[in-house]
Write a protein that binds this ligand. Structure first.
Ligand code: NAD
Ligand code: ZN
Length: 358
């Protein structure tokens, strides 16, 4: 095995560059994964722009598909050479958060301090997977074997996009026959739309303005699409639902405008399920909130991780319930990742997700 590897490191706001770094040492509970395919997330773009701070030199990326190169001495139940994925969020399996059923918040609220999003480690608090190799912590809680029938690209959305989007639909508690509005149809919103369909919603309204994204929303399950640059989505959604409003609205962007619109389209007693990452304080308008008496629920979700979550998501694909392959619109070797960032961050050329192959 080589001693060094190529890895995409954060240098400073506006600059992520490919560097030569040491291949990580494997601790007893870790596994070293040789990355065969990975991708770039909208959150990596927040990091690139300096909107989300990480340490200088940190390897970015949290969506790994690969092969087990080496197992830690205490890891049982896997073999080297096995094809695996790990979730973007890597819960330990034994923290208080994990044992409360909320592994995404692993490590939050310990005697050492309060740290929301503690389970998000790759490309945040430890080196990530836009590299030839990545060290997976707590391997026995996080490595999920990939069924032979599935290609790398077929499972590439499981670690983050699919888990998050589905998580939004699940946290919203969608029931058979529900009306659901999904604000924003980036990769996250598209997976929320697909999740709403799988949960049994029968009126799914997808909001965006990019024609390719609205088209993809229809393919993945939207019954109606609303171009917010041409019509007021709140009025359109009220019209489509015969004035009732939706049972569940899903926010998949992270802005005041979309959060507020999500509140305004809810029926009394409906649920606002929020997925976006916000960068300013939110304001809750009194009228849309029915002065606090609307029986609304507002829930948030950080991408669920862990091997059992990954197994289930791959099962959805293997069972033919959903094909997210079409979300991969562009392909780059790791050597050209800087170009891939440029294309992805400017949303050029109809890009949805890029596949990066070391
Ligand atoms: N909760 C989580 O665990 C989690 C995980 C990953 C990403 N995220 C966050 O989810 C959000 C979406 O990520 P993405 O990669 O899909 O984003 P993206 O930037 O690819 O897509 C955003 C979409 O929003 C559309 N849009 C812009 N203004 C709009 C408006 N007013 N109404 C409706 N649509 C509008 C854009 O046209 C675009 O298609 C980001 O904030 C990201 O950081 C959250
Ligand atoms: Zn992400």
């Amino acid at each position: 095995m080589p001693r060094t590897m190529k890895a995409a490191a954060f240098v400073r706001p506006g600059r992520i560059e490919l560097r030569e770094k040491p291949v990580p040492e494997v601790g007893p509970l870790d596994a070293l994964m040789r990355v065969t395919t990975t991708t770039i997330c909208g959150t990596d773009v927040h990091i690139l722009k300096g909107e989300y701070p990480v340490a200088e030199g940190l390897t970015i990326g949290h969506e790994p598909v690969g092969v087990i190169e080496r197992l830690g001495s205490a890891v049982r139940g896997y073999r080297e050479g096995q094809r695996v994925i790990a979730g973007a969020i890597t819960p330990s399996g034994w923290s208080n958060a994990c044992l409360c059923g909320c592994g995404a918040q692993d490590g939050a609220g310990t005697a050492h301090g309060w740290k929301p999003m503690g389970g998000w480690k790759f490309g945040n608090t430890i080196d990530g997977c836009q590299a030839e190799y990545v060290l997976v912590p707590d391997a026995m809680a996080n490595l999920a074997p990939v069924p032979d029938s599935l290609t790398d690209e077929q499972v590439l959305m499981c670690p983050d996009i699919m888990s998050t989007g589905f998580g939004g639909a699940e946290s919203g508690g969608i029931r058979i026959g529900d009306a659901v509005a999904v604000f924003a149809q980036g990769p996250i919103g598209l997976c929320a739309t697909a999740g709403a369909k799988l949960k049994g919603a029968t009126t799914i309204i997808a909001v965006d303005r990019v024609p390719e994204r609205l088209e993809m929303a229809r393919r993945l399950g939207a019954d109606h699409v609303v171009d917010f640059s041409k019509a007021d989505p709140v009025e359109e959604i009220r019209r489509i639902t015969g004035g009732r409003g939706v049972d569940v609205s899903i926010e998949a962007l992270g802005t005041q405008a979309t959060f507020e619109a999500c509140l305004r389209v809810l029926r009394p007693g409906g649920t606002l399920s929020s997925l976006g990452v916000y960068s300013t304080d939110l304001r809750i308008p009194l009228d849309a909130f029915a002065a606090g008496l609307g029986d609304h629920r507002i829930v948030t979700t950080l991408c669920p991780g862990g091997k059992e979550r990954m197994r289930r998501l791959m099962e959805v694909i293997a069972a033919g319930r959903l094909d997210l392959g079409p979300l991969v619109t562009h392909r780059f070797p790791l050597d050209r990742i800087e170009e891939a960032y440029d294309l992805f961050s400017h949303q050029r050329d109809g890009v949805l997700k890029v596949a990066i192959t070391p």
